[in-house]
Ligand binder design. Structure first.
Ligand SMILES: *Cc1c(COP(=O)(O)O)cnc(C)c1O
Length: 493
């Protein structure tokens, strides 16, 4: 990995003389692999903080912060009870890093190593070659905004669901797992793979597909919705299948694939009435023709996605009732597939259309060659069954007088005295969130993401620090979407 940012350290004047400690500090920084934090250790006045903070008051080491991304590279401050002249190493799980004394916090500064997987690791300190008795813990999370409340995934729940789905899954039908309901995708992939052995994985992004492949999964993996031209060499490298957009994409994709000498496997999506991915039925045959005549593309799938599965669909399909949305979509799909196959194309392509709701309603006329199952692995009907648990705590609690404005423009002032609490850094999701304190669902008065004000009038004697449970709304089937923090870059000039 390439070092991009220079790490700038200004050492307090008096400490500059302590060469060993400074040297160690820089070594610790140089030793870390990837993300380079740019931090400045300096202070105008060299006040009184030379006194190190005791390692432990209650038998455990406290770290600041207590969690971070598995990518590592961030600074973790650790109270060791030692000063600048004592060499300290911190072992995060299996990986040890050198730390240096930081006067500004009177703690040792360690750069978190890359984590092997998400979850808790023990942190053990070695001071001047001697292991310290108290140990601490540090939690590795997926990369993402560390200020947001940490979400915990119960892999046992996912495992149980995977077993159930495989157990009741129709024989002779291929199973595709769709992983788009949160991270870590590679962990979900491994658990579901271990239990249900899906023949296929479908994911929304190439990054997710690569994570699955790198985690050792050898099943077929396809990216849904879109395959950008710049991704094609990577797709070939990782043996990942794509989605063909239209004839002009096919021409360009064929050129890129030709430049690699490889053959890109693609699925052709048909928009039969969702208004989203895929070509309209009138374009289905021209697109199949383009794919099948492109020497570096191979048509491996013909697919559609339904917009409105109900338990009346089976009967409507049998009766040929095209006023039923699913029956109409199925007819458009079947006609398109027939047109393609009648032209002698796509004969080996897998035909697939249904998702979880088709399996749940057992609409077997929509099974085709495989079902793409997402929600059934991740959804839950009650908070107890939920795969995810997401908690934060009340940071402030206060009582507002009657007639107090809430939110900009004072749209809904309080009618009477009201106890409210604030929580912070709750990223917006596609699905509505519900907040619960002591089992009571509390209304949201104001939601600015970074600050959310909750109406706590239903929770008497509520106090700062109490737990707030966050769930997707029950109508949303206790399930997450794939919303995640955006990658950001900068330019200047
Ligand atoms: C989300 C999605 C699925 C999986 O749907 P679930 O209802 O979550 O099982 C299948 N196919 C496509 C194209 C999707 O977008």
């Amino acid at each position: 990995m390439v070092r991009k940012n220079s790490v700038s350290i200004t050492i307090n004047h008096r400490r500059r003389l302590l060469a060993p400690a400074v040297g160690l500090g820089i070594t610790a920084l140089l030793l870390t692999g990837c993300a380079q934090p740019e931090f400045l250790l300096s202070r105008d006045s060299a006040a009184d903080a030379d006194q190190p903070v005791p390692a432990s008051v209650d038998g455990t080491i406290t770290l600041s912060p207590t969690h971070g991304s598995i990518q590592g590279g961030n600074l973790v401050l650790v109270a060791t009870g030692e000063g600048a002249d004592v060499p300290v190493t911190a072992q995060f799980g299996e990986t040890a890093v050198d730390c240096h004394f930081d006067e500004l916090s009177a703690r040792h500064a360690c750069v978190a190593p890359r984590g092997e997987t998400t979850g808790l690791v023990n942190v053990a300190l070695t001071v001047d070659g001697t292991p310290l008795d108290p140990t601490g813990t540090y939690t590795y999370t997926t990369p993402g905004m560390q200020d947001s409340p940490m979400m915990t995934v119960n892999t046992d729940t996912v495992r149980k669901k995977a077993t159930e789905i495989r157990g009741s899954y129709p024989r002779d039908l291929m199973l595709a797992a769709v992983l788009k309901n949160g991270a870590p995708v590679d962990v979900f992939g491994q658990v579901i793979h271990g239990e249900a052995k899906p023949e296929y994985f479908f994911v929304p992004t190439l990054a997710d597909a690569i994570k699955l492949r790198e985690s050792g999964i050898e099943s077929r993996i396809a990216v849904l919705y879109v395959s950008q031209l710049e991704h094609i060499p990577l797709m070939l490298h990782y043996d990942i299948e794509g989605a063909a957009a239209d004839a002009s994409w096919v021409a360009e994709a064929n050129e890129v694939a030709a430049s690699t000498g490889g053959i890109l496997k693609v699925h052709q999506w048909i928009d039969t009435g969702l208004g989203r991915e895929g070509a309209t039925p009138d374009q289905a045959l021209p697109l199949a023709t383009a794919i099948e005549t492109a020497p570096h593309l191979e048509l491996v799938g013909i697919a559609t996605h339904f917009s409105h599965i109900t338990d009346q669909d089976e009967a409507a399909i049998e009766d040929g009732d095209l006023n039923n949305i699913t029956a109409a979509q199925k007819k458009r799909f079947d006609d398109s597939v027939a047109e393609i196959r009648d032209a002698g194309l796509g004969t080996d392509a897998l035909i697939h259309a249904g998702a979880s709701d088709v399996l749940i309603h057992e609409i077997d006329s929509l099974y085709y060659d495989l079902l793409r199952i997402g929600g059934a692995f991740f959804g839950a009907n009650s908070p107890e069954e939920a795969v995810y648990s997401w908690n934060t705590q009340l940071e402030t609690v206060k009582t507002l007088p009657a007639g107090w404005c809430i939110d900009y423009d004072c749209t809904t002032p309080t009618a009477e005295e009201k106890t409210v609490g604030t929580i912070n850094h709750i990223p917006r999701r596609e699905t509505e969130l519900v907040f619960t304190v002591r089992g009571v669902q509390v209304p949201v008065l104001l939601n600015h993401g970074t600050v959310v004000t909750l109406d706590l009038s239903g929770v008497p004697e509520v106090a700062v620090g109490e737990e707030v449970r966050i769930d997707t709304s029950p109508e949303g089937f206790y399930m997450l979407d794939a919303a995640s923090p955006l990658p950001v870059t900068t330019v200047s000039g």
